[in-house]
Design a protein around this ligand. Structure first.
Ligand code: UD1
Length: 337
């Protein structure tokens, strides 16, 4: 049985990926510092899969702890989610982002190369493209100057990984996620935003359940059909499955380059108002919203060309927007009980 380290394995995408790994027959060890996750998620994973993964509460900024961990373990591959992800916060506290997202990556890669652990999957983001000149966005689209330290850490992270693979036995895949939403169909795990949600879907579900008064739609004067901004919303379970495909590719040595990049999205863009309408339909209730000013740093439209992931990883998003919104709603209701 292959043993996979999942850093940030109790977070939103991490926890769903741990479930898929266990259900695909991998043994999982999680590292998480619980800075943006909850320990009860470990039991929830066990309830879903019938197996509690090994867990270590380690902060990857502590280099010695990372060294110690790799010395004491026999690991076959690493999926690295542990990172900070709030765009606004990154502008105010850039060093926190460079330390949490870059230093930790360096420490993990260093231990991997020294301990001969050669498969690495990196959480990247479509944010590396900025406002792309052409839609849908292919992996060949150039990176734009990052709008935030957070975005910059994803660009630098990819470079750090690429350069490391070029001088070592390490093979790496960066998955550029579009907008991950939804929750596990069991409603036992999902997104747990701290404080006021910054992202669209948790804001919508919290409004629908009565925690927030109304949704602010950021701008209706974009150059799109209804004037609101367009994104590619992908179900977190589909996204989790893409990690299994990427890992298998490395384990089977089917990768064509030592470092590869894949877009992970659905290929379809939806506007904010389309999301609101779809949510109303799926949940059969009205959602209170108002149009406000654009949010600084937001782009007009982004959606993926997923041809490469389909061809090379044999992966394609399977779940619909309705599945996404209904599962997010069921999760919101489950955590408020
Ligand atoms: C954001 C980050 C992105 C990150 C991703 C991870 C920014 C600029 N980008 O993507 O780097 O990888 O989250 O989750 O923050 N919206 C509203 N009202 C709200 C919230 C959002 O109208 O209360 C709109 C936004 O203007 C946007 C869309 O909904 O058009 C999606 O927003 P969001 O969920 O925050 O994701 P992104 O901004 O696309």
């Amino acid at each position: 049985m292959q043993k996979i380290l999942v850093t940030g394995g109790l977070g939103f995408i991490g926890s769903h990926t741990v479930v898929e790994l266990q259900e695909s027959g991998y043994e999982v060890v999680i590292i998480d510092n619980l800075s943006n996750s909850q320990i009860f998620v470990l039991d929830r994973i066990a309830e879903i899969t019938g197996k509690k993964p090994e867990f270590h509460q380690i902060d990857l900024r502590n280099k010695e702890d990372v060294q110690q961990f790799f010395k004491s373990q026999k690991i076959d591959g690493v999926i690295h989610f542990a990172a900070s992800k709030a765009v606004g916060e990154s502008v105010k506290e850039p060093l926190k982002y460079y330390e949490n997202n870059i230093s930790t990556l360096v420490y993990v890669l260093k231990e991997m190369t020294e301990n001969n652990v050669n498969h690495f999957i990196f959480s990247s983001s479509c944010t590396v493209y900025g406002q792309a000149d052409e839609l849908p966005i292919t992996e060949k689209a150039p990176m734009k100057i990052a709008e935030s330290p957070y975005g910059n850490t994803k660009q630098i992270g990819e470079e750090v990984l690429k350069e490391t693979t070029s001088v070592s036995d390490l093979n790496g895949i960066a998955l550029r996620y579009f907008n991950p939403i939804g929750a596990h169909s069991s409603a036992k795990i999902g997104e747990l935003p701290i404080g006021v949600p910054q992202n669209l879907i948790p804001y919508i579900t919290q409004t629908a359940i009565g925690i927030r008064e109304e949704l602010s739609v950021f701008g209706d004067d974009y150059d799109t059909e209804d004037g609101t901004a367009i994104r590619d919303y992908i179900h977190v379970v589909d996204l989790a499955k893409a990690h299994i495909k990427a890992l298998e590719r490395l384990i089977k040595s089917s990768n064509k380059e030592k470092f590869e990049v894949f877009n992970i999205g659905t290929g379809t863009g939806n506007s904010v108002l389309e999301i609101v309408k779809a949510f109303e339909k799926v949940t059969n209730q009205k959602l209170a919203y108002k149009i406000v000013e654009r949010r600084a740093g937001d782009i007009t439209a982004a959606f993926a060309d997923t041809t490469l992931a389909e061809k090379e990883l044999g992966w394609k998003a399977d779940l619909s927007l309705e599945d996404c919104l209904l599962s997010a709603w069921n999760w919101e209701k489950a955590i408020r009980k």
